[in-house]
Design a protein around this ligand. Structure first.
Ligand SMILES: *Cc1c(COP(=O)(O)O)cnc(C)c1O
Length: 442
């Protein structure tokens, strides 16, 4: 496996390269983000069919760690990590939910929802974190001194980081905006033994502090500024194509906050195309909450300028980000994929999330943003009746039960409650039950 090489490279100037075993997050010459670049010439020595067969032969099998959706693509992801240092929880391999019933209601039948939240800690963040924490184990095995791994988080990153660190026996420290994460999001890091630093600020404020703290101590920074995570997340694209027998959908819609995931999605598709496994690219749609929409505002101006915003409170709290770290990567990707940015307000995201649940999903509010964006693009006739569409569901709805129950009990302010559903209460008597059944249910 050693013959497959990768390195860090500045996203602004490909002449600036850094060793993959260096602890580095930004290009020291340009200050820009880094990306992991793979030796494509070496990978291209194998045929398209070789890679397809290899990935298929490993997919969801038991040969550790290759049954994982991430590590089954190890040569394309992180070939420098020795198997013994891999920290894996069988991430990836998530269901492609055929949303035909809901699709019919909206007028697009070839509609699929990739359930990336059906995962160890309940969000797609596991895909990136398995790579990052494994890389830390490898760095330590190489003799680096790393005291702990830290992140700022709107909730899901900290859950993933603390679970993988606990499994690896590493100390994790998570910085959370006080009172802005759900109970489920707070309890995961606590249960996994992370040190939780609760700060009286928002995500953007936590992000600034964690970067300073990591600089001053031997603490490894796990935010998506760290391009290793993107390598794991890009397997969403590879796995999607694999699940469609290497057919490429017309559209992929993904919610975006810090904009790492949309960048990762694009990176995966570009690699598939470079290596000949697919021959066309899908169009990408990044869906933002209207209350945290800096990329949408930039898109309206053809990405000519970008200004961060002060993010307002949104039900989709994992994307309540006004100053996204991966904005330049995301804009590069969206330009290459004839991309669109759409937004959804609070009523639209809550209504769409509830509407799609009525056809069998249990979605998080961020997925609600993507579903609402989908409906808007169908209405605008940009997405057409016969298009093949995939919505990326980023987290499990069970992490967001407060949002769900408040919606159904009609306790959310300013939300129209079109699909709310609440319990019927009555005396515990058969005739009372029959009466309610006859009058209101049957
Ligand atoms: C992190 C996260 C997002 C946003 O991903 P970015 O890479 O920050 O754009 C969306 N949904 C959920 C549930 C998340 O945890």
């Amino acid at each position: 496996m050693d013959k497959y090489n990768c390195w860090f490279q500045s996203i602004e100037n490909s002449d600036y390269k850094y060793d993959i075993n260096e602890v580095i997050y930004r290009c020291s010459k340009t200050g820009s983000l880094l990306e992991v670049e793979h030796d494509l010439n070496e990978l291209k020595k194998k045929t398209r069919d070789y890679w397809k067969d290899l990935f298929d032969s490993r997919y969801r099998r038991q040969s550790w760690p290759y049954g994982s959706g991430v590590w089954g693509k190890k040569e394309w992801v992180a070939p420098f990590i020795e198997d013994k240092n891999i920290v894996s929880m069988y991430e990836g391999g998530t269901n492609l939910f055929w949303a035909d019933k809901y699709g019919k209601q909206v007028g697009v039948e070839d509609l699929w929802i990739k359930m990336c939240g059906n995962s160890h800690t309940g969000s797609f963040k596991d895909l990136g974190m398995t790579v990052l924490v494994s890389a830390v184990k490898q760095l330590i095995a190489n003799g680096n001194e790393i005291k702990a791994v830290a992140c700022a988080s709107t909730g899901d990153t900290s859950a993933a980081l603390s679970a993988y660190c606990a499994a690896a026996g590493l100390k994790s420290i998570v910085f959370l905006p006080k009172n802005k994460v759900s109970v489920a999001q707070l309890v995961q890091p606590l249960a996994n033994g992370a040190s939780v630093i609760s700060l009286d600020t928002d995500f953007d404020g936590c992000m600034k502090i964690v970067q300073e703290v990591c600089k001053k101590q031997n603490i490894y920074l796990a935010n998506s500024i760290n391009s290793l995570r993107i390598e794991g997340q890009k397997t969403i694209s590879i796995e999607l194509c694999q699940q469609f027998d290497w057919e490429v959908p017309d559209w992929i819609i993904i919610p975006g906050g810090n904009l790492g995931n949309v960048s990762a999605l694009g990176k995966g598709f570009l690699m598939l195309k470079d290596l000949g496994l697919i021959s066309k690219l899908p169009r990408l749609v990044c869906a933002q909450a209207e209350n945290a929409n800096p990329l949408y505002l930039s898109y309206l101006k053809d990405f000519e300028t970008f200004n961060s915003v002060s993010a307002k409170t949104t039900l989709a709290n994992a994307i309540q980000i006004g100053d996204p770290v991966s904005v330049n990567k995301a804009i590069n990707i969206l330009k290459k994929f004839d991309g669109i940015v759409e937004q959804a307000n609070e009523d639209e995201l809550a209504t769409s999330s509830a509407k799609v649940d009525l056809t069998g999903t249990f979605n998080c509010p961020h997925t609600g943003v993507a579903v609402a964006a989908f409906e808007k693009l169908v209405k605008k006739k940009i997405i057409k009746k016969n298009d093949k569409v995939v919505i990326i569901s980023t987290a499990h709805g069970l992490k967001f039960v407060d949002f769900k129950i408040h919606y159904h009990l009609e306790q959310l302010k300013g939300i129209s409650n079109q699909f709310s559903n609440h319990p019927f209460e009555m005396e515990a008597k058969v005739d009372k039950v029959l009466e309610v059944l006859e009058k209101q249910i049957l």
